[in-house]
Every structure is written in structure tokens, then in C-alpha cells.
Design a protein around this ligand. Sequence first.
Ligand code: GLA
Length: 730
Amino acid sequence: MSILFAEKDQTFTLHTKNTTYQMKVDQYGFLLHLYYGRRTGGCMDYLLSYLDRGFSGNPYDAGLDRTYSMDVLPQELPCQGTGDYRSPSVIIKNPDGSYGCDFRYKSYQILDGKYSLPGLPAVYAAEGEAQTLKICMEDRITKVRITLLYGVLPEQDIITRSAVIENEGDGKICLKKAQAACLDWLHGEFDLLSFYGRHAMERNVQRTSVSHGAQVIGSRRGASSHQYNPMMILAEKETTEDAGSCYAMSFVYSGNFKGEVEKDQFNQTRALLGLSDELFSYPLAPGERFCIPEVILTYSSRGLSRLSQNLHRCIRTHICRGKYKDSVRPVLLNSWEASYFDITGESVYQLARQSAELGIDMLVMDDGWFGRRDDDNSGLGDWYVNENKLGESLGSLIQRINGLGVKFGIWIEPESINEDSELYREHPDWVLAVPGRSPIRARNQLVLDFSRPDVVDYIFERICGILDQGNIEYVKWDMNRSLSDCYSRDKEDQGRVQHDYMLGLYDFLERLIQRYPNILLEGCSGGGGRFDAGMLYYSPQIWCSDNTDALDRVHIQYGTSFGYPISAVGSHVSAVPNHQTGRLTPLRTRGIAAMAGTFGYELDPGKLLEVEREQIREQLSTYRRHAKLIQAGLYYRLTDPSTHVAGAWEFLSDDASEALVNVVMQEIHGNMPVTYIRLKGLRSGCMYQEMHSGKTYASDALMEEGLPLPDQSGEYRAYQMYFTVTDVME
Ligand code: GLA
């Protein structure tokens, strides 16, 4: 049993293999948080202290007891209105116009299996793999009910949190804030790791001290965004990759979010993650309910590598779904950087022909094939094949490409619309726009109102009309702007539009994957602008960044690896000089950088030298040899590329019998000091042989002292070493 209720102490204890989470229903019916960390037992309410604290109010039912205050106690569901002046999880506006809610414990249920959330992405598990705890709380005055949901996956060391709010009263209420998870620590010095960025430079790592005053990350862009990722880590000060306590919170949602961390007046720390309360005001009529999207929690007492590995495994095996979840993905060549909008059926066919010669599995026809789409100013919304431009039907092009033994994939951007399109001329009212105001343009496009089912249905039909035209085995789903002007014509309450938009998007995606279970879906939003666990529920991989520069990718992929599995990271080899940075890097280095993801190419092979084509064939055979290990192996960050001369990472098989080590040198100087790379996770006391050199090394020496990299001159060199355990003991 991973979920226990102790009647005597009124505690709920959630156990995973290595962690324990405990909470308690106290004498007033509040649900207090007691513990989250390394696996332990017993009742931990002894951790709580009750002291008379000035300016920290006391609930009325505590009588004259001035030592009881929600302002001080650690909580599962801090609400505005209970005397807790820290940031709350939930704020409700009541029918009488007052703000506040006071949820007290009512009942609980322990169920086998993991709960699911209607219309929302969530961690899933087979019945024997998980349990669910439902704790029902009620505001006795307003009759608003909240059911807290805890999913426990013991083998994964994962606990998920979500909640359903139901209006059982007789007036309309309005949710003003709804966050899924709150972690309260009674003491401790923490760092916050967050992942900030911009278009083409996503998920840089920032590690800052948690201090007095809130640190807030989030998105108001209608997408999880390039700017902040909806994943954060709280690590004790001394925590490193290999040692120390740390906690991850990952939001399974792709829209606006807010993550808050604050040290309070008594040096206690609170971390919250969930929906953003800005641009959010969600009405609930009597009888209506609202599901808060879930947060994945994990804890590691053994440093950040283990923490990331927990998230990787959970997302790879319990978020990602479908045919490609566990199988090695096809190696694809994408037409974007090869030809941009300048495509014809014949040019795409030629890319496919060259792909076939190289041994690439799939050709993806990116933007430019539909409507009047010769640049990014027109055509979005017109999901009709431009046969004039292609010079043939889509069906015939696909057949010709399949005839080469190459699979076919296609790019779409269903949520967007250009004003210069037939669809906009017909339905100008289908876009998000405030009546009487000119909307904000971005990439010269507007956003379709996906909070409206009729709009979603129409676009769905049109996209199916395309996908039914031939043997399409892959779809790249793009979204190339942030939302703005979030006004929907068919709604009374505009504060619901952005969340309803997400529900519309998820509905579309769910219908799409149900109807086309064999299609591999790759998410994209100008690269990694919607790289989150929510999208990964529908698409097992996401184009990681529009930046294909190998050096920048080492940094972007390093940051991404804290929260997301390698199997989710779309990564391609592109041409040099790189189109985003102008940098020249060796083809070998580009290959090794791209082998930290779902491998592919984004260039015109016709422009390569024969020797480069030969190198690509070798790259493909190396990738294929290691693809399973790369996709599902344990991932270790061996260096931090922002402070180390090299970016280095390792893939280790589950039984530690094989390790693939990758290194990209970022600098070159005269008379260079030797660079050493330490391996991780090998079997202690064993010998490992490196395949290329044939040399054998003691595993503990490789882990303690590392391996000196051979001297090489030239910029941005890369190394790849493959080790297998030998039966010789040290
Ligand atoms: C976005 C994507 C690119 C490409 C273009 C096409 O920027 O991230 O990979 O598909 O759109 O317009």
C-alpha cells in the first residue's frame, strides 16, 4: 500500500520507493502539510510548533488560542481568507462579492490506479502501478467543494497533485486563482532552479537563492512559452548533480502558468505551481466544476541527476503515449532550412531522393505547401493543398516519395490565421480580437479562437481533409506566436478564454491522435515555445528550438534535460554557416550534438560534398547503433556547459553495462590544458572497454579521476566514446 491513513493521528502518508509525503487533518479540519522527502515513517506532527505570533490572525474556532494561525502552519491548500497572508493556492470570489474560502476536511477515498482529468493531459498508470488519494474539503458557508487529488506512482518516485473545484452553492462564483500544488517547508535554505529563455535560446538555467520576497516565474502568453518553462526545482543549498536534496515541480499544462517561491517571515519556504492568476477569472455557475491541471512532484536525496531521471522516466513512460512512445523514431529530413517557402513537389521529391541515398527514413515537407503561402504573410487558415505550387496532388507526391522507400511527414499550424487568407475573409469573427480594437499582429498572423468548439471543429475537419490524402506518417504541429486580445465573441466572461482555448487545443489534439494512431506527432512553437509535459501527452517529441547551432544546442539541450527526457527533444543536424548564428562547426560535432535527441537533418543534401554525404551515412549508422540507449538510457549531465570548457553528457543503460559519452569542446586556445571528463553511474569495481580505442579502464577511476580527452586542434571538436562492461574485475 503506498497510501496510508492513520485514524489515530489523522495523517495521510504517501510512500514511493524512496520518498514519503505526509499530511494531517488537524483539530479544526485544516489539512496541514507535514513532510516531503526521503522515505521515512511515523507521525511527524511533532515538527509543528505553536507560538503566539503577532499580526498572524487566528481562526475563530480556535477560540482564544493565539498560538494557532494559518499564517504560520504548513498547508496543502492555502487559501486566501483564512488568515494566511502568504501566497495562496486558491482565491474565490463568492456570489455576495466577498473574496475568500475556508476549506475544511470532509472525507477521503483511496483508490487503485491513477486518477485522470477529463479534457486535460495527465500522468497515466496501469492499475497495479499507482494509487489515488482523494481528499474532499468543503467551505461550509458557500458550499463550494474541492477534491484534492494525489496520484502516487511508487516505482517512479512520483506524486502528482491536482484538484477539482465544484460549486455546490446556489450562486455563481468566480475562481480568481487556482494552483495545483503547494509545497511548504518549515525550515531550510534553498536555491530555486528555473529555466528562462527567448525564441531560439530556450531553457537557460538560473540558480538563485530563495530569499525574502517572492520569486515568480510564469507565462501570460497563452503558451507555456520560450521565456520561462513550467518546471522548477527547489534544491538545498549544497545540492549538486550527485548529492543532496532537491524537489521538482512540473506543470502538465501548456498555457499560462505561475510558479512562486517565497521565504516567509519565519524563514519557512513556500513553493506554488499552477495556473496563472493574471488574465484568469473563471466563472462557475451552481453545479459546475473546474479541474485544475496537474503538477508532477518528485524528490531526490541523491542530487539533481537522479531528480531529472525521475522526471524523464515518468514523462517518457507515463505521459507520452502512442505507437512511438517506446519505439525508436524515424530519422527525418525536414525541408525548412533546406528550402524555406521555396518548395515545389519536385524539389521536395529531390530532397526525399537524396534522403533515400543517405539512408534517412522520412522526408518532412515543412511550411509553404498550402493556400497562398509563399512567405509568412499569407495563407494560414487555408488548409488546402496548393497543387499549382506543388505541380501535383499531395497524394501523388506522397506516393512518389514512398516509392523511394522514404516515409512522408507534413507541417501544419492549425491555431493561426493570416488576415490575407480565404478563411479570414469569410470568418473575420473567428479570431481572438477585442471588438472595436485592432488586434496585435505577430509574424503577421492572428490567432483563431480555439475556445470556440465550432472553430475547432472546422479546422479539425480541414486538417483531416489533408491527412486523408495519402500515407502521412508524421505531423509537425506548429504555433508561431503568443496569444493576445483574448476576447471571444461567444462568451459572457472573458476571464475564461485562455483556459478554454487550451481545452479546445487539447480536444483537437486528442481527437487527432485517436483518429490517426499511427501518425507520429511532433510539437513545435517557434521551436521550444511550448515545451511542456502537457504537450508531451499528445506528441512524444517536440522541436526543441529553432536554433540548430550545435554549440547553442548544447546549452539549450542541457537546460531542457533538467525536466524532459531525451526521447522528447527534437534535434537536427543543419548546414553551416548556421542559419541562426552564422557559426561554423564540424559536421561531426553537429551530429554528436543532435544525437542528444530524436535525430534528424535540416539541410539540403544536394549542397553537400561527397565526403560529407559519406560522413552522414556513418553518423546514421552510429545513431542507429545507439538509438535505444539514447532514447531510453539514464541520462547524466557530466558538465555544466556554462562554466566548463566542454559540454559533456552520458547515456547509461539501465544495468550500467554500456555507456555512451559525448563531449563538445567550446573553446580552443594555444597550449591548452588537458580536459578531463568524469563518467557517472558505472558499476563500481568493474572494467569497461572503450569501443573505438579498444582500451580498458577501471570503472572507479573513470568516475573518480575521469578520462583525459586526446589533444586535438580546431574549433568546436567533439568526442564520442562508447564503453561496455567487461567481465574482468578490477
Ligand atoms: C517555426 C518552426 C520552424 C519552421 C517554421 C515554418 O518557426 O519552429 O521549424 O517550421 O515555423 O514557418
